[in-house]
Write a protein that binds this ligand. Structure first.
Ligand SMILES: Cc1cc2nc3c(=O)[nH]c(=O)nc-3n(C[C@H](O)[C@H](O)[C@H](O)COP(=O)(O)OP(=O)(O)OC[C@H]3O[C@@H](n4cnc5c(N)ncnc54)[C@H](O)[C@@H]3O)c2cc1C
Length: 435
């Protein structure tokens, strides 16, 4: 049975790996020349199942409004005449209520914990090194930011996630490189959370998948998904020249893992996914003073900027920009990242020489991704992982493969998905198969 996966980011490559393990013939179609070239390329690398959080959270609208016009703001907003953006914002606002936040966060955590177990298993099975580091420290500059974290901390407690609220002094013991002069109200330490280099992992998994028989076709853009008779699907690729007819591939199952651009592929099939690209940025510097650099991963909660150790480099990532579908580098956003990095680790590296990057988080208004079958027979989704797709990638890939195997009656997946899929299936948005 032939399965086509669209997209070779963290989600597509892990799906392809597990699909091959389940015994399928797998082809991955990717418009870029290599795996993990888009959102999966320059992310912060944080894998924090204990703290995966929907951006739709109580207090967030107020916090965003308060900082919107600040010089260094965590959120940049370009008012645009884009109805999809306004619809997304309206839904996002509805999801900020406490009970919605709790439901969405628990769904994300369920997936992220499962995913971390899958990642650890792959890591030891395939001996993949991806510059991993241990521990995650949230920094709160003000008492107000500390208060805003209360619902998240309550959930950690309820769910027995190891964590500790720590004083400023303790923060500096955990991360001795933290600058002494920057105001700090306290921190939240999650010792079991971790970080790692996402594209490094994806490239390694891609090599293993290829060696196991997955066919990767790069520089191959999918134009259209066309259902044909008997549940089969045709995939129409871009024309290669003016005279050529568009090449068409046939599949028994198709898995859409095309990140932020998935919605455009699904729209002609009347599958309207409220996915919106929320742009983010990162800067990366070589570490020139080990003692003044972070040991693990940190998050400045006030600015929503992550600082992560990746081997001999420091990655600083954050900023949410709404209203722009272009991946141009905006100085205001990059300046915020450098300001935060300088506040905490002023001499870790030469920030003038930082490598700069922008990417689009494939964001649904409520937070959890969509993994599973759609109303179009044979068509599956694995998308909408937002700001925590790396942390959820291995588990999402395994679940998608198990679902496809179950739909095909394949024996590799007798047990079905490894977690309760409540709130993670496409029927959350009415996109699932008719019951
Ligand atoms: C600044 C920033 C920081 C982040 N930090 C973290 C973090 O610390 N931890 C974490 O877990 N997550 C983080 N994320 C989120 C994470 O990077 C994403 O959720 C994840 O990479 C999404 O993976 P994906 O495979 O769905 O998308 P992508 O990596 O974007 O992959 C989709 C692929 O599909 C391809 N594609 C699209 N359309 C087509 C088409 N028509 N034909 C062929 N190919 C197509 C694209 O070229 C792309 O390669 C961050 C994101 C950003 C932007």
């Amino acid at each position: 049975m032939h399965v086509i996966v669209i997209g070779a980011g963290a989600i597509g490559v892990s799906s392809a790996w597990y699909l091959r393990q389940a015994g399928f013939d797998v082809t991955v179609l990717e418009r870029r020349g290599a795996p993990a070239q888009e959102a999966s390329f320059g992310n912060a690398g944080v894998i924090a199942p204990g703290y995966v959080t929907p951006w739709a959270a109580p207090g967030m609208p107020g916090k965003i409004l308060r900082t919107l016009f600040a010089r260094e703001a965590p959120v940049l907003f370009r008012p645009a005449a884009d109805p999809a953006m306004w619809r997304w914002i309206a839904r996002w606002l509805r999801e900020c209520r406490l009970e919605r936040y709790r439901a969405n966060k628990l769904r994300m955590q369920r997936l992220a914990f499962y995913s971390r177990a899958c990642l650890h298993q792959l890591r030891s099975e395939l001996e993949i090194d991806y510059e991993q580091s241990q521990g995650y420290l949230q920094l709160f500059r003000t008492a107000r930011d500390l208060d805003l974290a209360a619902p998240a901390v309550a959930l950690l407690r309820e769910n027995n996630v190891p964590h500790r609220l720590v004083s400023a002094q303790e923060c500096r013991r955990i991360e001795p490189g933290l600058a002494a002069g920057t105001p700090l109200a306290g921190g939240l330490h999650l010792p079991e959370d971790e970080s790692g280099n996402c594209p490094m992992f994806v490239r390694a998994l891609h090599r293993h998948a290829e060696a196991a028989g997955v066919s990767f076709r790069f520089e191959t853009r999918v134009e259209q998904i066309r259902p044909v008779q008997a549940g089969k699907l045709d995939i129409v690729l871009s024309r290669t020249g003016d005279q050529d007819a568009a090449p068409v591939l046939s599949a028994d199952r198709v898995l859409v893992a095309a990140g932020a651009d998935s919605a455009a592929l699904l729209r002609p099939l009347r599958l309207r996914v409220p996915l919106y690209p929320v742009k983010g940025y990162s800067v990366t510097v070589m570490i020139r003073d080990e003692l003044q650099a972070p040991l693990g991963a940190l998050m400045d909660e006030s600015y929503k900027v992550a600082m992560t150790r990746m081997g001999n480099r420091l990655r600083v990532a954050g900023t949410a920009e709404l209203g722009s579908r272009r991946l141009d580098l905006r100085p205001a956003a990059l300046n915020t990242l450098v300001k935060v990095a300088r506040d905490w680790f002023p001499v870790a590296g030469n920030y003038q020489e930082a490598t700069q990057w922008a990417g689009a988080r494939p964001m649904l208004p409520d937070g959890p991704p969509l993994i599973g079958p759609t109303a179009v027979p044979g068509l599956f989704l694995n998308l909408g992982h937002g700001s925590t797709g790396w942390a959820m990638s291995c588990g999402s890939g395994k679940i998608a493969a198990d679902q496809i195997a179950a739909s095909a009656g394949a024996c590799a997946s007798r047990g079905g998905p490894g977690i309760d899929m409540e709130g993670l299936l496409p029927d959350r948005y009415g996109l699932g198969p008719a019951r």
